[in-house]
Design a binder for this molecule. Sequence first.
Ligand code: GLN
Length: 277
Amino acid sequence: MVIIDELRRRYKDFSLDGILILSKLLNVDKSHIYTYGEKEVSKEVENKFIYLMEKRTKGYPIQYILKEREFMGLEFYLEDGVLVPRPDTEILVEYVIDYINRRYKGINIKALDIGIGSGAISLSVANYCKDVEVYGIDIEDIPIKVANINKEKFNLTNVSFYKGDLFQALEGLDLKFHIIMSNPPYIASEKIEGLHTTVKDFEPRVALDGGVDGLDFYRRITVESKKYLKDNGLLIYEIGFDQGEEVYNILVKEGFSNVSILKDLQGLDRVVLGIKK
Ligand code: GLN
């Protein structure tokens, strides 16, 4: 039998991940791992630990191993095939929640999330703004499945998910939205190879690849959204830090007003928004 400290020593370079994985396998708090390092673990736990740590050392994301990730204070269930929610995306979500509270408090409105992934954006908005009816669309099956699992996990009834290629998912529903929000794939195709192994080899490419210049989805969504936004409706995107000016220009060209750029906590451009006139 092997003790906890011995297992930890084997993967020193991934020390925190080792603690997270061990505490999950043993179903205890992280502090337990620090406190009871001399305790023995079963052969089964040892084998599972080694299996998962070997995956981790090859770059497999820790969030897929743990099958969860916190976002906006909510513990999202996760699996392979959906993008891991990033803290950067909280900038967009916090803006939207604040916007709804300022403008539409107590009013029943509709919001659409394009490219739902785990449901991070749509479910956070639905959770913190109960008067909003949230719709989410995605082209892949796994995000629809995972987002529905999270919808149940958070006990939400004011959100529904549809599968399809952008707005085709909503065909026949006759919907107009007060808010359309999206964190679309925005990495330029040729830049994907330069990303960290954890992202490029294990996260879904379809959630990352934004075409030759990374802007394909901003162009498509901005044009098509005009049919689905109410007058004075808000269009809001997450963007790559170096795409502010280009996405700003796309919205202006398509006739949006009050177009502006929001920065993230590092002072980098992170969100572009505009109002449909
Ligand atoms: N923020 C992600 C990354 O840099 C990209 C997500 C996206 O393309 N929407 O890895």
